[in-house]
Design a protein around this ligand. Sequence first.
Ligand code: GLA
Length: 729
Amino acid sequence: MGIKVNEFQKTITLHTQNTSYQMKIGNLDYLIHLYYGPTIPDVDLSYQIKQYDRGFSGNPYESRNARTFSLDAQPQEFSTQQQGDFRAASIEVVNGDGSYSFNGRVVDYKIKKGKYCLETMPSVFATESDTADTLEVTLEDAVTGVQVILIYGVFEEADMITRAVKVKNTGTKSIQLQKIMSTCLDFLNGSKMDLISFPGRYGQERQVERQPMTHHIHTIGSVRGTSSHQQNPFVILCDRDVSEDYGNCYGFSLMYSGNFLAEAELDQYDQIRFGMGIHPKQFSFEIKPGEVFEGPEVVMAFTTKGLTGLTHLYHDFYRKNLCKSKFVKDVRRPVLINSWEAAFMDFDDVKLVEIAKAAKEMGVELLVMDDGWFGKRDDDNSGLGDWYVNEKKIKCGLHKLVEQINDLGMKFGIWFEPEMVSEDSDLYRTHPEWTMEIPGRPAVRSRNQLVLDMSREEVQDYLIKEVNSILNDANIYYVKWDINRSLADIWSNAQPAEKQGEVYHRYILGLYRVMDQIIKTHPDILFEGCSGGGGRYDPAMLSYYPQYWVSDNNHPIDRLKLHYGTSFVYPISTMGAHISDSGKFVPLRTKAVVAMCGTFGYELDATHLSKEEQKICKEQSDLFRKYYHIIFEGDYYRLSNPFEVGNMTAWQHVLKDKSESLLSVVVTNLTCNGPQEYVKAKGLDPMAFYSINDGEAIYSGAALMNAGIPIDREIPEYTAFQFHMKKID
Ligand code: GLA
């Protein structure tokens, strides 16, 4: 059992294989946080906390004249409100009497075998090979009866701890919840820590930023209604000396697709408080007596093995415990071609069949019909919401089109953007009240489209019915689920004025319901998420879709940064990556090497390629299939940082048993008459010898890792190299 209670010490210690996490029911029954780090025995770590009379700090009334215990300085599992702790709060609640106060003390705890499930939101699950346990600690405010239930999931072998929170109103009056953080982690000394986040923008998602913690609240979050292009709900706190291979790192990954907030505060005593959860912007949720509000899950990891060690923990966990699709491990994902950059909305059934025929020669297995096939949709000003086939374009009908593609020996995929509506659509004309528009104010347009009110059950039911009916109508193997704008005009016609603060969150709950129902009805379909590229790339989405489109930016050199940033937490098997026309001066082979750091496919008009180009593509598709198991199951290593000035970007996948590896290098900037460059491999067996590219050379594992591979200099610009390494028995 990974959860140990010591009733005498009043400590509860969570143990995974290599980490421990300790809390204690402390003075006045406050739940004190004591430790998260490398494994320790069940000793009481409260000796770490020294109490002083610090000027100006508040003391609980029960302390009477003793002035040393102040919540402002205690490390806690969840903060109070208006009790003298002035740091970033875990909760803000308005009680039935109008007071803003929560004074949570421990009243109960329970330990359960297995991993908890959340009722309204996705969460990670335990498989048969996991030892997983659940701890629930209930904090209660004695005056109002408001309870906060802290939930912890402990995955022993995976070295992961999850946290979630429920707020239960056991009082007699309704309360308004205005802020709720799913996790609060207090570090006793954080002055020498760095914060790493993944900011970006459309076309440049998940770039990497590392900053030293200074004395203020560092906030990372989204108020765009989606987890967003601009920030990602994944944050790392690490020691300042952390590198890829060495050092203490903490990861926090939030399973939520809407507005989120991560707050890291370095306080006056150099302690850090880290909180993560739903963003409090325009959030006010009524909890009536007897009702429970559930917050999303945070997946936490700690390692001493640097950023690569942290990445391996998340990759392994998310590949196994996040998504139940058969495409995660049982069925190989097909090499696809997508019609978007080939034809945009200018296609018909004949054109699609032509693309498919040409793509077949390139080793492609799946044709995806992207935007433009439905309603009246010749440009992006109309049609969204009308999820029926436009027979002016698909003249033979969907069923026949799919048959023609299947007759070529290929599979068929289709694009949807269910959450959106065009004003010029039958849906909008019939149900204008289903759109998010604040009464009396014209709505903000973005890509000339409006947002459907996903919080409404009728809207959810409509989408479930319409999308399912298309999926039932033909032999559809793949669905790309897109959302192409941020939310604004947050208003639901289905809610009274005083409940509009619930709409952002209810939107996300509605979305999860729709996806859940559609995916459960079609478990054999491969789903890929998309949001104007990678604008909603988060673990909650990845619990539904095994893959997500990284970015609309297909330029292979930009992609080096995009894949690098995305790889910190999200497995390579989730990263949608295609070869397109973008990158005029970059050889096709280099584009392929880059797209192999992901799900691999094409996004171009295959009919325009020469026979020679088609042949290169066929070779690359075959190589991807050959290396698939290494790319999808291997440990991933970032061998260089594309954000630093350098001449090349390199990365590597290594099978767990070290028997095979694929090392890729893209030369981005060759200097004239420059020095010889080497790439050092990682993760190999130092005692073994490896055959390189089917016998081109044989090198020792130790040499490959310590001396490296020399990279040819006499090469054209943007040349890429792939070194497939196979251990010799
Ligand atoms: C978004 C996606 C693209 C494509 C278009 C279609 O931008 O990211 O891949 O599907 O929408 O409108």
